[in-house]
Design a protein around this ligand. Structure first.
Ligand code: KIV
Ligand code: ZN
Length: 502
C-alpha cells in the first residue's frame, strides 16, 4: 500500500533575508512582482519583509498581504512590542498571515549583544510569544544562533515558545557554522528532548558561510524537520541562505533518500523565478550554479554529448524541462563529436536523414577551434558553406597591406584548372583591392551590385557573413561565405558569384 506523502513546507525568505544581501535592495513594486512569482512557484510561506525596519518594508509586506491568495504571508519581528505590533498589522490583510519572532539564545549573543542572563531571555520569549499569539493566530519562533546555543537552554526556550502558542519552531544556523552530521544530531536531540515538540512544526534556516546551507537543510529534513527556509538563487545575508532550487530538486530527485516526502513546488517555474530575482536584484547567477546556472545542463565534452544523446540519464540526473529550461543542453564546441553535430543539424534543418559529411565535420572543427561555442546561426552558415558549389576558381591565400595612410594592396592566389595563379592589385579599400586582383585572374570584368556583411551570431568571436551580388557577362550572380576573417569571407563570396557566371 502507498504510504501517504509527507509535505515539506517551503518557507521562502528571498524578500527578507535575501534582500539583506549587501546591494540587493528592492522597491515595493519589485517585491510584489517577485511575490506573485513565488506564489506561482508554489511556495507555502513568503516572508515578505521586516515591517518595523522601515516604512517601505511595512508597505511592501502590507501590499503583498493584500494581493497574495494561496501562500501564507509572513512578517519578521524581534521580541519587542513595537516590532510585533508592526508585523501583525502588516500581515493583517493576508488570507493567511504569520508573524515570525526571533531572539538570540547563544551564549555569545546573550552576553555581548544583550548583557542578559538565560532566565531573562526565557521570560522575553514567553512574553513576546504570548503577545504575538494574541495578535496573530500563526506564530513562528526562531532562537537566533540556535546551532551555537547550549542544548539544554535551547530545549527550554523551544518548550516555552510552544507553550505560549508558537505553531512553528525554526532553528537558525545563523552564521553557517554547523555541518550535516552535527545538525542532524541537534534536530534529533530537539525531537527527543523537548516534551511538547509534537505540537509544533519544526523548521530549519541555514546560512552558507561554509558552503553547507543546502546540505545542512537536507540533513535536518532527514532528522525530522518539516519546513525549510530558503531563498531563490541562495541569495541572503553574507554568503547567503540555502538555495530554494537546490533544496527542492534534491528532495525531488533523491526520492530514494527522501522517502515519501514532497514539496508543493511547481519545479517548472524554478528557472523563470531565478531569472526574475536575478534581474530585479542585479545579482547575476554564476554559470556553474547548481540547477539554474547557464552551464547546469550543458554538456561540452564529446564523450558526454554522445552518451546524453544515446540516453540522457547517463550524464543528467534531472530533466532540464523539470526546472523550466527548454533549451538544448548540448553545447557545440571543440570537444563535440560527429554524432552531436549531426543531431543538431537534423534539428535545425528538419532533415531527418541528414548526414554529417566529412567536409562539414572538418569545417565545424576548424570553426570550433577559433570560437569557444558554435551557435545555431554558425551551423546554418556551415550548411550553406558545405553545400556543393561550382568551384572553377578556388581561393588559396590572400595577403593585404592596408592602413590609414597607405593605399591598400592585395595579393590573391587562386587555383584554376589545377594551376596556381596569382595577381596583385590596389583598390579603394582592402575588399576592393582583393576584388580587382580576382578580376585580373579570372579575366572577368564584374560589377559589384550589392555587398552585405553581418556578424553571426554575436560577440567578439562572431563570424563575418558576406553576401555579394555581381553582374558579369550579362548575368547577375550571388555568392555567400562566412569566416571569422571578413576579408576571407568577402573574397570567397565574390569568387562563388564569379564561379556561377563562368
Ligand atoms: O539567520 C537568522 O538567524 C535569521 C533569523 C531572523 C531567523 O535570519
Ligand atoms: Zn538568516
Amino acid at each position: 500500500m502507498n504510504k501517504k506523502k509527507e509535505k515539506i513546507i517551503i518557507f521562502d525568505t528571498t524578500l527578507r533575508d535575501g534582500e539583506q544581501a549587501p546591494g540587493a535592495s528592492l522597491s515595493s513594486e519589485q517585491k510584489i512582482e517577485i511575490a506573485y512569482q513565488l506564489e506561482n512557484l508554489g511556495v507555502d510561506v513568503i516572508e515578505a519583509g521586516f515591517p518595523i525596519a522601515s516604512p517601505d518594508d511595512f508597505q511592501a509586506v502590507s501590499k503583498i498581504s493584500g494581493k497574495i491568495k494561496n501562500s501564507t504571508v509572513c512578517g519578521l519581528a524581534r521580541c519587542l512590542k513595537d516590532d510585533i505590533e508592526s508585523a501583525s498589522k502588516a500581515v493583517s490583510k493576508a488570507k493567511k498571515g504569520r508573524v515570525h519572532i526571533f531572539l538570540a539564545t547563544s551564549g555569545i549573543h546573550i552576553k555581548y549583544k544583550f548583557h542578559k542572563a538565560e532566565d531573562e531571555i526565557l521570560s522575553l520569549v514567553k512574553r513576546a510569544t504570548r503577545m504575538a499569539r494574541k495578535l496573530c493566530p500563526d506564530i513562528e519562533f526562531s532562537p537566533e544562533d540556535a546551532t551555537r546555543t547550549s542544548k539544554d537552554f535551547l530545549f527550554r526556550v523551544i518548550e516555552t515558545a510552544i507553550k505560549e502558542g508558537a505553531g512553528t519552531i525554526n532553528i537558525p544556523d545563523t552564521v553557517g557554522y554547523s555541518y550535516p552530521l552535527e545538525i542532524y544530531e541537534l534536530i534529533s536531540d530537539i525531537v527527543n528532548n523537548v516534551p511538547n515538540i509534537n505540537k509544533a512544526v519544526l523548521s530549519i534556516h541555514c546560512h552558507d558561510d561554509l558552503g553547507m546551507a543546502v546540505a545542512n537543510s537536507l540533513s535536518s529534513v532527514l532528522a525530522g524537520v518539516r519546513q525549510v527556509h530558503c531563498t531563490v538563487n541562495g541569495l541572503g545575508e553574507r554568503a547567503g541562505n540555502a538555495s530554494l532550487e537546490e533544496v527542492v530538486m534534491a528532495i525531488k530527485t533523491r526520492r530514494d533518500v527522501f522517502k515519501n516526502m514532497q514539496t508543493g513546488i511547481n519545479s517548472r517555474e524554478i528557472f523563470r523565478t531565478s531569472r526574475l530575482v536575478s534581474s530585479l536584484t542585479g545579482f547575476l547567477v554564476p554559470p556553474n550554479k547548481a540547477i539554474v546556472g547557464r552551464n547546469a545542463f550543458a554538456h561540452e565534452s564529446g564523450i558526454h554529448q554522445d552518451a546524453v544523446l544515446k540516453r540522457r540519464s547517463t550524464y543528467e540526473i534531472m530533466n532540464p524541462k523539470d526546472v523550466g529550461i527548454q533549451k538544448s543542453s548540448i553545447i557545440l564546441g571543440k570537444h563535440s563529436g560527429r554524432h552531436a553535430l549531426e543531431n543538431r543539424l537534423r534539428k535545425l534543418t528538419g532533415i531527418k536523414n541528414l548526414k554529417c559529411t566529412t567536409a562539414m565535420f572538418k569545417k565545424f572543427k576548424a570553426l570550433a577551434d577559433k570560437k569557444k561555442e558554435v551557435f545555431d546561426e554558425d551551423l546554418i552558415t556551415l550548411i550553406e558553406e558545405t553545400r556543393p558549389k561550382p568551384v572553377t576558381y578556388e581561393l588559396l591565400s590572400l595577403q593585404v597591406n592596408t592602413g590609414t595612410d597607405v593605399e591598400p594592396i592585395a595579393l590573391v592566389r587562386i587555383r584554376h584548372n589545377k594551376k596556381v595563379k596569382q595577381a596583385e592589385s590596389s583598390g579603394d579599400g582592402p575588399v576592393d583591392a582583393c576584388y580587382k586582383a580576382v578580376d585580373k585572374i579570372a579575366g572577368v570584368k564584374a560589377k559589384l551590385l550589392d555587398y552585405k556583411l553581418e556578424a553571426v551570431p554575436r560577440g567578439k568571436d562572431a563570424q563575418g557573413r558576406v553576401r555579394v551580388e555581381i553582374r558579369a557577362r550579362n548575368k547577375n550572380s550571388i555568392g555567400r561565405s562566412s569566416s571569422t576573417d571578413i576579408l576571407e569571407s568577402s573574397v570567397k563570396a565574390y569568387l562563388e558569384a564569379i564561379n556561377r557566371v563562368v
